[in-house]
Design a protein. Structure first.
Lengths: 844, 371
């Protein structure tokens, strides 16, 4: 039982820690090298032109503030010895800062011994604007065995660059965990083709003025000079924004892990109840000796509390270890969907530990309450009865309550999600509906036991084993009901998850089949994630698209923007030749002819919006959206809604020409090519890969294989939870059967004396367990269809804005059902065999 | 000239030749005799020269009598000959270093900060006018040659003062041409405001203090370097209560003897009263102070025996520091030096003026560092 609590608490704690660590990978440069920036200045959209810097400098005047302009990108790291054409390369943050000026920042922080002080040490030759030198954080040095004077190759945009390590930054406790490369800012500008551009400016205050009135003064003077060009934010706000982006993701993970704990609860409840039963005579003696009910209740609850505390303690240790394993997977998902994070270890978090421990203890107390109450309420005389008058949860005696809960669940699915602005929506009502359906179905199906017994009355013939087994269902004990309810819950959750994953898989593959029709796909090597900043430069994609082997090319362009103060994307596609049709998967297709390239007479631009965008912002066809581009505000009218399962932040698609004009950039994020008939795909891919080692070039087959792998990795957590569910269901059944056998010790002894063989008793127990498992399985499958529907049409849609098709994996469900039925029957038979050997005289 | 040499050390560069300048072998301009200065143009930057600095030292007084010393220096160093200023926000033609220090006499506290920037959006020295910038530190000059100096030292000091000339600028050496060594390139153009009336506001640890006082400003332009035999220098600007001023620098050689190009110059209300070589004056330390941070041993209390042009008799002046610990430890440059506010005492021990003294080459082998 301790292990059950530990597993539940551990799984909850590890998921929470891993999610927290991965989401915290968002950090600011100055924090990494100086111990903290005080304010961040950035544009509302696009990049910060260096042409604004003089105005910015003038606005700051003589205020004692040091400014650190930062340019960031992601690069692929090609390690020595690895082939340049490797498909996957580690992705790292490459930060451009003024290597000379950043040393001034160190004088504002304590003794100046921050990593910032390590740039261009006194006495060393200063080589400004050097395109070949890079500084490494100690993490990068350690992880990739790179040291001062060493060589490395990184992929910047679509081109490999050979760099030498100027120095390794020391760890100082403030930013030592960061994983990044640093280069002189103008050098990185040239390297990335982003001359005269910055991402943001971090402001650092003198230590003694941090958190004081200087903050307000700086914000005031900068905003007064902004003229709408830049905004000033606190690092906390930046971090909160990054955290809130991942809030829904982490919330869903937490819910999934707490459901595992919930299933574990049933097992604890059953185990404790079995314990109460086993010690009934002991309880009777205590009551006879004058033990009060309150004392009995207290002592049983103390046992549950001990169980909770010890189990939670062990669970925290297990969870912390598990988080270290899980964090890379979670970080990968967050990098893919939200922002680049390179965290690979989860730190201990007191708050999370308290929460997980508290949940473990409370859950144990909740599970212990009913058995404890049973023990305390048992009259002394009843305690010596061989057959207890009444056991189990009384809730299960009220089928109407079950029906009411199902109704309530349906009502809850009608409610909207809890919204945190547009940044995140949490399907709280959806999860409550799931809990209502779980409980309701469990109650209803446990009430069906007598009905099942009546239906099966003539089935067993004259076999004493079968008749004995069925006799127990005519007036089922609370234990039978509880077992059925537990099975319904465990099977329902496991099968519901199978159904959701299958539906997602079917939908995704349908989408992939219709969208991945090209022969060859390419992205920059460092661009493994949606939040990466790598691009395929216009010169490169034009050369590739004009290759004689290429029949047509589709390019995707995109830039992060904000809509309603919420991050989203503005995208475009270029077709070459231009007559090639676009391949959108429409949720709502355009109703008339569309022209994305030119504005309407009223100055509006037509645009397509992804389903996620429309659901997130409550938009539909015909609605207007005003976005801010570097070229000013643009009003877009949504004329089509398309499906996009690759981006839950949503996107708006405009014409490639206006997008390039607004952002002054025609580089592409991805390029897909259709080859001319007869061109061998693999040979073409290999040739292109050798010509463009900075690009990840995949054939369609290879890409599909990678998506399969990604899919498997992403859902590995849910598969583990599924396995826990099935194990708990079977273990619960086994425990229940053990309790029943113990209850029936005398009865079984009489049956043995009447001539029933051990095998006969085992067969009877197998039938009893098999039927219980069967009814639980049936209820569980019904519940899984309901849960699947809630997960797909309520929770998933509210969390991610995606509509999935409802697809039932009959084969997998049958396999799952057969597995539970067979193992349940076998376990019960084994328990029966064991029960048959119980000595009747041991009872008294 | 002292600051130019220091700058050379800091940047670790070698020798290097508009205003009728020569050209060094590596393409920089060098100072030649008979410069024809035009102002305000020549208050501004001369990027064709390798090294240039604008140097302010002074003494501030609150109405309560509370006294402070201050130093603010702005250096320019050209990385490439012919390189103009800031071709981009992050240029690679010029480097700008700056120091700022404040001495709180009453609290016996010395605060300082160093800066190092490339040319661009954060640092510049404009041509054609006096307009200097290094982060949030700045100097500008109005038409009447009044300068405005703004700056801060960490989070503890903010300075916003105007410096108005009380007498015309002085051109040191021969009409501003100042020889520093035997080599033809070893010279500078040297412009000084020996008496600046200061007024403005000092914010010291949150307390806003209106201040007045007097300051000294040097502007020197060169492409020269220290001689291999020179290991450091001592320098002082002395402002006597009688209205006269003295500027003295002593180039120290390896054998502890002064270099022949060392100079002492008397300045009166109408300009230079006379200049003397190292054989005509003596510079003797009364006490030393050992830096706990760098280990440098500085001769901080000076006896200066010099000829007085008013009558020609020798005078003995004591340059007594207001506190010993006035060392800038070279956090960014790696070259520590001592620059401190001093009282000027006569032989009777009576204060007869204020001075600023600079001592270099006492913490580490400066000559070696230069080479």
């Amino acid at each position: 039982m301790v292990l059950i609590v530990a597993l539940g608490v551990g799984s909850f704690f590890s998921v929470r820690l891993a999610g927290r660590a991965a989401a915290s990978g968002f950090d600011l440069f100055a924090e990494a090298v100086t111990g903290g920036s005080d304010l961040v200045v950035e544009t509302r959209v696009g990049e910060f032109p260096t042409a604004w810097l003089p105005d910015f400098r003038e606005a700051l005047g003589s205020l004692p503030v040091k400014a650190v302009p930062v340019l960031e990108t992601t690069v692929g790291l090609v390690l020595p010895g690895s082939p340049g054409s490797a498909m996957d390369v580690p992705t790292l943050r490459m930060i451009g800062v003024d290597l000379l000026a950043v040393r001034n920042v160190a004088t504002y922080r304590g003794d100046g011994k921050t990593p910032a002080a390590s740039f261009a040490n006194p006495g060393e030759s200063i080589s400004l604007g050097n395109l070949d030198q890079v500084y490494l954080s100690s993490r990068v040095s350690r992880d990739h065995h790179l040291h001062r004077g060493g060589e490395l190759t990184v992929i910047v945009n679509d081109t490999p660059r050979h760099l030498s390590v100027a120095a390794v930054l020391p760890e100082d406790g403030s930013g030592g965990s960061g994983s990044f490369l640093v280069m002189d800012l103008p050098a990185l500008q040239r390297l990335t083709g982003r001359e005269d551009r910055l991402d943001h400016i971090e402001l650092v205050f003198p230590e003694s003025l941090r958190g004081g009135p200087l903050t307000e003064e700086v914000i005031r003077v900068l905003m007064a000079a902004s003229e709408g060009r830049w905004v000033v934010r606190t690092p906390d706000a930046e971090r909160a924004s990054a955290q809130s982006m991942t809030m829904a993701f982490r919330f869903n993970l937490s819910i999934l892990s707490s459901l595992a704990l919930l299933v574990g609860l049933f097992l604890i409840l059953q185990a404790l109840e079995a314990n109460v039963l086993r010690r009934r005579s002991e309880i009777g003696v205590l009551r006879m000796l004058g033990a009060e009910r309150r004392w009995l209740l207290g002592s049983w609850m103390a046992e549950a509390l001990t169980l909770g505390v010890v189990g939670s303690g062990l669970g925290l240790l297990l969870g912390f270890a598990g988080a270290q394993v899980m964090v890379r997977g979670v970080a990968g998902t967050i990098s893919s969907f939200y922002h680049q994070t390179t965290v690979s270890a989860a730190g201990w978090h007191g708050g999370e530990a308290l929460l997980a421990g508290w949940i473990g203890v409370v859950a144990s107390l909740a599970a212990g309450w009913l058995p404890a109450r049973d023990a305390a309420n048992t009259p002394p005389a009843h305690a010596f009865l061989r057959q207890p008058s009444r056991t189990g949860i009384r809730l299960l005696d009220h089928p109407m309550l079950g029906a009411g809960l199902l109704l309530a669940g349906w009502g809850l699915t009608r409610l909207p999600p809890v919204s945190f602005g547009y940044i995140a929506t949490l399907p709280v009502a959806g999860y409550l509906a799931a809990v209502a359906f779980l409980t309701g179905t469990g109650i209803l199906f446990s009430a069906l036991l007598p009905v099942a017994a009546r239906l099966l009355r003539g089935w067993g013939g004259k076999s004493p084993s079968a008749r004995y087994a069925l006799s127990h269902f005519r007036m089922p004990s609370g234990r039978h009901k509880l077992t059925v309810a537990g099975l319904v819950l465990a099977v329902g959750m496991a099968a519901g998850m199978v159904l959701l994953i299958h539906s997602f898989q079917v939908t995704l593959w349908g989408w992939i089949d219709r969208t991945l029709t090209a022969d060859v796909f390419m992205i920059p090597k460092g661009q493994q994630t949606a939040s990466g900043k790598q691009r395929i430069l216009e010169k490169t994609w034009r050369t590739i698209a004009s290759d004689p082997a290429v029949a047509s090319a589709e390019l995707r362009h995109g830039f992060p923007i904000e809509y309603a103060d919420t991050p989203t994307f503005l995208t475009a596609r270029t077709q070459l030749p231009v007559s090639t049709p676009f391949r959108h998967i429409w949720v709502e297709p355009p109703r008339s002819e569309v022209n994305l390239q030119s504005p309407t007479e009223s100055g509006q631009w037509q645009a397509f919006a992804s389903e996620s965008f429309c659901r997130r912002f409550g938009k539909g066809l015909g609605d207007e959206v005003t976005i801010l581009s570097p070229a000013g505000e643009k009003t877009l009218r949504i004329v089509g809604m398309f499906a996009d399962y690759g981006n839950e932040r949503g996107s708006v698609e405009v014409g490639a020409d206006p997008l390039a004009a607004w952002f002054g950039d025609r580089s592409a994020i991805t390029v897909s090519l259709v080859l001319r008939d007869g061109v061998p795909v693999e040979a073409f891919r290999t040739r292109l890969q050798s010509e463009y080692p900075g690009l990840n070039i995949r054939s369609q087959a290879l890409l599909r294989e990678e998506i399969h792998r990604l899919f498997r990795d992403t859902f590995s957590i849910t598969l583990a939870l599924q396995a826990i569910g099935v194990t708990v269901a079977v273990a619960g059944l086994g425990l229940a059967m053990i309790s029943l056998m113990l209850e029936r010790r005398r009865e079984l002894a009489v049956l043995r004396e009447l001539g029933m063989t051990r095998r006969g008793i085992a067969g009877s127990a197998a039938l009893e367990g098999g039927l219980t498992a069967g009814l639980g399985l049936l209820g569980g499958l019904v519940l899984s269809f309901i849960l699947g529907w809630v997960l797909i049409f309520v929770i998933n849609r509210q969390s991610f804005g995606w509509t999935l098709s409802y697809a039932v994996p009959w084969g997998r469900l049958a396999l799952l059902g057969a597995g539970i039925l067979v193992t349940g029957t076998l376990v019960s038979g084994w328990v029966g065999h064991w029960g048959a050997s119980l000595k009747g005289e041991r009872e008294g | 000239m002292k600051r130019g040499i220091m700058f050379l050390v800091i940047m670790g560069v070698g020798l290097s030749a508009s205003l009728r300048a020569g050209v060094t072998a590596d393409g920089f301009a060098y100072a030649t005799p008979n410069p024809s200065f035009q102002f305000p143009r020549d208050h501004g930057s001369h990027p064709e020269f390798r090294i240039e600095w604008w140097y302010y030292t002074g003494h501030l007084f609150a109405a309560s009598g509370r006294r402070f010393g201050f130093e603010a220096t702005f250096f320019r160093y050209a990385l490439h000959p012919g390189g103009d200023h800031a071709e981009s926000a992050f240029g690679t033609n010029q480097l700008y270093m700056a120091h700022m220090a404040l001495t709180d006499v009453e609290g016996q506290t010395f605060l300082y900060e160093e800066r190092l920037h490339r040319d661009g959006w954060e640092a510049w020295a404009k041509e054609g006018e006096l307009d200097l910038r290094n982060g949030n530190w700045s100097v500008t000059m109005s038409e009447d040659e009044t300068m405005t100096l703004k700056g801060s030292i960490r989070g503890e000091v903010r300075l916003d003062v105007r410096l108005a000339p009380q007498q015309d600028k002085v051109l040191f050496g021969d009409q501003g041409y100042s020889r520093k060594g035997d080599a033809v390139e070893a010279a500078s153009w040297y412009i000084t405001f020996p008496r600046l009336e200061v007024a403005g506001e000092l914010t010291f640890r949150g307390e806003v203090i209106p201040v007045t006082g007097q300051a000294w400003m040097d502007h020197e332009i060169s492409s020269s370097q220290l001689d291999p035999d020179q290991v450091g220098w001592d320098w002082a600007s002395i402002q006597l209560d009688d209205g006269r001023s003295v500027m003295v620098y002593l180039l120290r050689q390896k054998d502890s003897t002064p270099d022949v190009h060392s100079r002492l110059t008397w300045i009166g209300a109408e300009g230079i009263l006379g200049a003397w070589g190292p054989s005509d004056f003596s510079w003797t330390a009364r006490e030393t102070w050992t830096s706990p941070e760098t280990g440098g041993v500085y001769p901080v209390d000076i006896d200066l025996v010099l000829p007085d042009p008013d009558g020609g008799a020798a005078r003995r002046l004591r340059l007594k520091p207001v506190m010993a610990a006035q060392e800038l430890t070279g956090q960014l440059s790696g070259v520590p030096y001592w620059e401190g506010a001093c009282d000027v005492l006569d032989e009777a021990g009576t204060r007869i003026g204020y001075a600023y003294v600079e001592l270099t080459g006492y913490a580490g082998d400066l000559g070696e560092a230069m080479r």
